[in-house]
Design a protein around this ligand. Sequence first.
Ligand code: ADP
Length: 385
Amino acid sequence: MEEIELSNTRIKILDRIPVGLCLLRQDLVVLFWNSCLENWTKIPREQIVGTNICDRFPHLDRPKYLLRFETVFQQGLPALFSPQLHQPIIPSLLPNGKKRIQRTTVTAFPALKGKGFYALLTIEDITDMSLMLEAYHNELEQRKQVQEELQRSNAELEQFAYVASHDLREPLRIATSFSQLLEQNYSEQLDAEAKQIIDFIVKAAKRMQALINDILEYSRVNRNKRPLQLTDSQEVIEESLFNLRILLEETEAKVNVGSLPKIIGNKSQLVQLFQNLIDNAIKYRNIKQIPEIQIGAKAENGECLFWVKDNGIGIPSQQFQRIFKIFQRLHGREEYRGTGIGLAICQKIVELHGGKIWVESEFGKGSTFYFTLRSGEISNNPSIN
Ligand code: ADP
């Protein structure tokens, strides 16, 4: 009893689902025609169940469809039918005048008596899905265009920065050397105030030269498009420390380097990255202490996490983001040398390598700069250091 009820319920469900269902016997007689099909075709099931479907839709009598149905009936294999199958059955225009998009599949259904299969035609209205997909594709295309436009204007801007800073160097050099000549050759005719003015001009011009050199260096990071390759970060550190050897000797800095992994990168850029960070660790040292720097790395989530830790003056937490911006400094020129480009270059290098860089610090107690790079190790050992 319960089974019959269950079976009736299943039929009711199949009848009401918003998918067109038509069950065909091997002789193409319609056994089931659900409400959805009644609604779409305006053919009541009483008129079609028990009749041959080809009587109502003669196009199905064509050899190509008969052959397909044969595959379903004999072999029990599903088949996807072209829109030409359902177009004459279901009007392709929706009541709102828009085109209806449908998909028809024919599935084999074991016949109740005897051998072979029934064919179940499933006709889905995929108009909404297709429209959503189309909107999604349009949006993707628009985003792609915006991104291309952004890349193009970025490249243009970089080219402009490079050319402008390169060409600006020459007139600036002339202005500086003529001001210096003026001071040397007319020294006796110039009073103290005039000499001081010339001194200001020369200092300002030199400062401008330094800024222009920094902009050039910054735009060169992007121009250096050498492919990333397997690089030994131990060698990278050694080269950075070699370049900083005089500063290290002068300040008696202690540098402790843990065992470092192989990574995927551009060696000269990575040397610059470590060099900038170590240089800062020494520059922003605590004058009461000998600078102590720890460099290490560990594998994390398939990447390598590096750190450069110092015992220097530290950074207030509200400045953690700002220091990575170009020309942003927390100190005056008189206090510490520099122009505020070092960390901007570090950030650019790390991002070009697909990584992230950030700082953690306790003001007055030291800072730790962290960054991630792609691992070059075959198996990532979680305890590299
Ligand atoms: P610069 O050193 O030329 O000012 P950077 O971009 O390298 O430029 O650094 C930006 C600012 O971040 C510095 O002016 C300094 O205030 C701060 N900073 C960078 N590194 C450290 C560090 N290790 N300890 C303390 N402050 C630092």
